[in-house]
Design a protein around this ligand. Sequence first.
Ligand code: GRF
Length: 230
Amino acid sequence: MSRLRVGVLISGRGSNLRALIAASTDAGYPAEVVSVVSDRVKAPGLAFAQSAGICSTVIPHPGRRSFAVRAEALLHEQRVELVCLAGFMRVLDGAFVEAWRDRMVNIHPSLLPAFPGLNAQRQALAAGVRFSGCTVHFVRPEVDAGPIIAQAVVPVLPNDDEASLAARILSVEHRLYPLALRLIAEGRVRVVAGKVEIDRWRAPRLAVLNPSEPPRNSPASGWSQTPVGV
Ligand code: GRF
Protein backbone atom coordinates (compact mmCIF):
# COMPACT_ATOMS: atom_id res chain seq x y z
CA MET A 1 0.00 0.00 0.00
CA SER A 2 1.42 3.40 -0.87
CA ARG A 3 0.78 5.88 1.90
CA LEU A 4 0.01 9.58 1.48
CA ARG A 5 3.18 11.60 2.02
CA VAL A 6 2.50 14.34 4.56
CA GLY A 7 4.49 17.44 5.48
CA VAL A 8 3.69 19.14 8.78
CA LEU A 9 4.34 22.83 9.48
CA ILE A 10 4.75 23.80 13.12
CA SER A 11 5.91 26.71 15.25
CA GLY A 12 5.87 25.32 18.78
CA ARG A 13 4.89 22.50 21.13
CA GLY A 14 3.88 20.05 18.41
CA SER A 15 1.38 17.90 20.31
CA ASN A 16 -0.79 17.57 17.19
CA LEU A 17 2.32 16.65 15.23
CA ARG A 18 2.95 13.90 17.78
CA ALA A 19 -0.61 12.66 17.37
CA LEU A 20 -0.17 12.47 13.60
CA ILE A 21 3.18 10.72 13.93
CA ALA A 22 1.72 8.29 16.48
CA ALA A 23 -1.14 7.45 14.10
CA SER A 24 1.24 6.87 11.23
CA THR A 25 3.40 4.43 13.20
CA ASP A 26 0.57 1.97 12.58
CA ALA A 27 1.51 0.36 9.26
CA GLY A 28 -2.17 0.17 8.32
CA TYR A 29 -2.63 3.93 8.61
CA PRO A 30 -2.90 5.39 5.09
CA ALA A 31 -0.63 8.44 5.62
CA GLU A 32 2.91 9.00 6.85
CA VAL A 33 4.64 12.12 8.11
CA VAL A 34 7.74 12.43 5.91
CA SER A 35 8.73 16.02 6.60
CA VAL A 36 8.43 18.53 9.43
CA VAL A 37 9.11 22.22 8.89
CA SER A 38 9.35 24.79 11.66
CA ASP A 39 9.81 28.53 11.42
CA ARG A 40 11.32 28.47 14.92
CA VAL A 41 14.60 26.77 15.82
CA LYS A 42 13.47 26.14 19.38
CA ALA A 43 10.09 24.60 18.60
CA PRO A 44 9.80 21.55 20.91
CA GLY A 45 7.92 19.70 18.15
CA LEU A 46 11.01 19.91 15.98
CA ALA A 47 13.15 18.06 18.52
CA PHE A 48 10.47 15.39 18.80
CA ALA A 49 10.33 14.91 15.03
CA GLN A 50 14.12 14.63 14.88
CA SER A 51 14.10 12.03 17.63
CA ALA A 52 11.44 10.11 15.68
CA GLY A 53 13.81 10.06 12.70
CA ILE A 54 11.66 12.31 10.52
CA CYS A 55 13.33 14.77 8.19
CA SER A 56 13.07 18.07 10.06
CA THR A 57 13.95 21.49 8.74
CA VAL A 58 14.00 25.01 10.12
CA ILE A 59 13.00 27.64 7.60
CA PRO A 60 13.29 31.11 9.10
CA HIS A 61 10.49 33.54 8.39
CA PRO A 62 11.93 36.94 7.49
CA GLY A 63 8.91 37.43 5.24
CA ARG A 64 6.00 35.44 3.80
CA ARG A 65 7.36 35.20 0.28
CA SER A 66 10.85 34.03 1.16
CA PHE A 67 9.47 31.43 3.57
CA ALA A 68 7.05 30.21 0.90
CA VAL A 69 9.75 29.86 -1.76
CA ARG A 70 11.97 27.74 0.48
CA ALA A 71 9.09 25.70 1.88
CA GLU A 72 7.76 25.01 -1.62
CA ALA A 73 11.17 23.78 -2.81
CA LEU A 74 11.58 21.53 0.20
CA LEU A 75 8.08 20.04 0.04
CA HIS A 76 8.53 19.39 -3.66
CA GLU A 77 11.91 17.74 -3.13
CA GLN A 78 10.44 15.50 -0.43
CA ARG A 79 7.48 14.59 -2.64
CA VAL A 80 4.98 15.82 -0.08
CA GLU A 81 1.39 15.32 -1.23
CA LEU A 82 -0.51 16.97 1.63
CA VAL A 83 0.49 19.72 4.06
CA CYS A 84 -0.86 19.74 7.62
CA LEU A 85 -0.59 22.96 9.60
CA ALA A 86 -0.28 22.06 13.26
CA GLY A 87 0.20 25.11 15.43
CA PHE A 88 1.97 26.99 12.63
CA MET A 89 1.68 30.57 13.84
CA ARG A 90 2.31 32.50 10.62
CA VAL A 91 -0.02 33.72 7.93
CA LEU A 92 1.06 32.00 4.72
CA ASP A 93 1.81 33.64 1.42
CA GLY A 94 -1.30 33.79 -0.81
CA ALA A 95 0.35 32.16 -3.83
CA PHE A 96 1.61 29.30 -1.62
CA VAL A 97 -1.91 28.76 -0.27
CA GLU A 98 -3.32 28.69 -3.81
CA ALA A 99 -0.61 26.28 -4.95
CA TRP A 100 -1.70 23.87 -2.20
CA ARG A 101 -5.44 24.44 -2.62
CA ASP A 102 -7.34 21.43 -1.27
CA ARG A 103 -3.99 19.81 -0.44
CA MET A 104 -3.33 21.80 2.75
CA VAL A 105 -5.30 21.47 5.99
CA ASN A 106 -5.26 23.19 9.37
CA ILE A 107 -6.56 22.48 12.85
CA HIS A 108 -8.06 25.31 14.88
CA PRO A 109 -9.25 25.17 18.52
CA SER A 110 -12.82 26.37 18.00
CA LEU A 111 -15.95 25.40 16.15
CA LEU A 112 -15.31 27.50 13.06
CA PRO A 113 -16.57 29.82 11.74
CA ALA A 114 -16.84 30.95 15.38
CA PHE A 115 -13.71 32.42 16.96
CA PRO A 116 -11.07 32.45 14.21
CA GLY A 117 -7.66 33.94 14.88
CA LEU A 118 -5.66 34.08 18.07
CA ASN A 119 -6.91 33.12 21.55
CA ALA A 120 -9.89 31.09 20.33
CA GLN A 121 -10.50 29.68 23.81
CA ARG A 122 -10.47 33.16 25.36
CA GLN A 123 -12.95 34.29 22.71
CA ALA A 124 -15.22 31.31 23.49
CA LEU A 125 -15.17 32.05 27.24
CA ALA A 126 -15.86 35.73 26.63
CA ALA A 127 -18.85 34.87 24.44
CA GLY A 128 -20.27 32.53 27.09
CA VAL A 129 -20.84 29.63 24.70
CA ARG A 130 -21.83 26.28 26.25
CA PHE A 131 -19.86 24.21 23.75
CA SER A 132 -16.60 24.69 21.95
CA GLY A 133 -14.25 22.30 20.20
CA CYS A 134 -11.95 22.10 17.23
CA THR A 135 -12.12 22.12 13.45
CA VAL A 136 -10.01 20.58 10.71
CA HIS A 137 -10.45 22.49 7.45
CA PHE A 138 -8.85 23.05 4.08
CA VAL A 139 -6.76 26.20 4.06
CA ARG A 140 -7.77 29.33 2.17
CA PRO A 141 -5.99 32.70 2.08
CA GLU A 142 -8.27 34.11 4.80
CA VAL A 143 -7.11 33.13 8.30
CA ASP A 144 -8.88 30.06 9.77
CA ALA A 145 -11.30 29.85 6.87
CA GLY A 146 -11.97 27.16 4.30
CA PRO A 147 -14.12 24.08 3.73
CA ILE A 148 -14.69 22.19 6.97
CA ILE A 149 -13.67 18.53 6.99
CA ALA A 150 -14.34 17.51 10.60
CA GLN A 151 -15.22 18.98 13.98
CA ALA A 152 -15.22 17.75 17.57
CA VAL A 153 -17.26 19.27 20.37
CA VAL A 154 -16.50 19.66 24.07
CA PRO A 155 -18.59 21.30 26.78
CA VAL A 156 -17.57 24.58 28.36
CA LEU A 157 -17.83 24.13 32.13
CA PRO A 158 -18.79 26.78 34.69
CA ASN A 159 -15.33 27.05 36.25
CA ASP A 160 -13.32 26.87 33.07
CA ASP A 161 -10.43 29.17 32.46
CA GLU A 162 -8.47 29.39 29.23
CA ALA A 163 -6.05 26.68 30.30
CA SER A 164 -8.67 24.11 31.29
CA LEU A 165 -10.74 24.71 28.17
CA ALA A 166 -7.65 24.58 25.95
CA ALA A 167 -6.61 21.26 27.51
CA ARG A 168 -10.07 19.76 27.01
CA ILE A 169 -10.11 20.89 23.38
CA LEU A 170 -6.54 19.70 22.80
CA SER A 171 -7.42 16.19 23.95
CA VAL A 172 -10.02 15.96 21.16
CA GLU A 173 -7.73 17.65 18.64
CA HIS A 174 -5.42 14.67 19.06
CA ARG A 175 -8.24 12.35 18.00
CA LEU A 176 -9.76 14.54 15.31
CA TYR A 177 -6.63 15.40 13.30
CA PRO A 178 -5.57 11.77 12.73
CA LEU A 179 -9.17 10.92 11.81
CA ALA A 180 -9.42 13.75 9.28
CA LEU A 181 -6.05 12.83 7.81
CA ARG A 182 -7.15 9.21 7.50
CA LEU A 183 -10.30 10.22 5.60
CA ILE A 184 -8.27 12.39 3.22
CA ALA A 185 -5.61 9.72 2.70
CA GLU A 186 -8.29 7.15 1.94
CA GLY A 187 -9.47 9.42 -0.86
CA ARG A 188 -12.87 9.93 0.70
CA VAL A 189 -12.80 13.73 1.02
CA ARG A 190 -13.54 16.17 -1.78
CA VAL A 191 -14.55 19.79 -2.02
CA VAL A 192 -17.74 20.40 -3.96
CA ALA A 193 -19.06 23.94 -4.38
CA GLY A 194 -17.00 25.17 -1.43
CA LYS A 195 -18.11 22.44 0.98
CA VAL A 196 -16.58 19.09 1.90
CA GLU A 197 -18.24 15.85 0.92
CA ILE A 198 -17.07 12.62 2.58
CA ASP A 199 -17.75 9.16 1.16
CA ARG A 200 -19.24 6.58 3.55
CA TRP A 201 -20.00 9.13 6.24
CA ARG A 202 -21.05 8.02 9.70
CA ALA A 203 -22.59 10.84 11.71
CA PRO A 204 -23.27 10.64 15.45
CA ARG A 205 -26.94 10.21 16.24
CA LEU A 206 -26.99 11.94 19.63
CA ALA A 207 -27.82 15.51 20.48
CA VAL A 208 -26.04 16.86 23.57
CA LEU A 209 -27.48 19.53 25.85
CA ASN A 210 -25.47 21.82 28.10
CA PRO A 211 -26.68 22.25 30.84
CA SER A 212 -27.71 18.59 30.81
CA GLU A 213 -31.29 17.56 31.29
CA PRO A 214 -31.99 16.15 34.76
CA PRO A 215 -32.00 12.36 34.93
CA ARG A 216 -35.51 10.87 34.96
CA ASN A 217 -37.20 10.66 38.40
CA SER A 218 -34.95 13.27 39.98
CA PRO A 219 -35.78 16.80 41.13
CA ALA A 220 -35.88 19.30 38.29
CA SER A 221 -32.83 21.16 39.56
CA GLY A 222 -29.79 20.69 41.70
CA TRP A 223 -28.76 17.28 40.40
CA SER A 224 -25.05 16.56 40.43
CA GLN A 225 -23.19 16.41 37.16
CA THR A 226 -20.74 13.76 36.14
CA PRO A 227 -17.40 15.55 35.89
CA VAL A 228 -15.93 15.88 32.43
CA GLY A 229 -12.23 15.15 32.37
CA VAL A 230 -9.72 17.16 30.44
C1 GRF B 1 -3.56 23.78 18.76
O1 GRF B 1 -4.51 24.18 19.71
C2 GRF B 1 -4.08 23.99 17.37
O2 GRF B 1 -5.47 23.83 17.26
C3 GRF B 1 -3.71 25.42 17.09
O3 GRF B 1 -2.46 25.61 17.70
C4 GRF B 1 -2.32 24.67 18.77
C5 GRF B 1 -1.08 23.90 18.49
O4 GRF B 1 -0.76 23.03 19.54
N1 GRF B 1 -3.71 25.72 15.68
P1 GRF B 1 0.38 21.94 19.30
O5 GRF B 1 1.62 22.69 18.90
O6 GRF B 1 -0.11 21.00 18.26
O7 GRF B 1 0.54 21.28 20.65
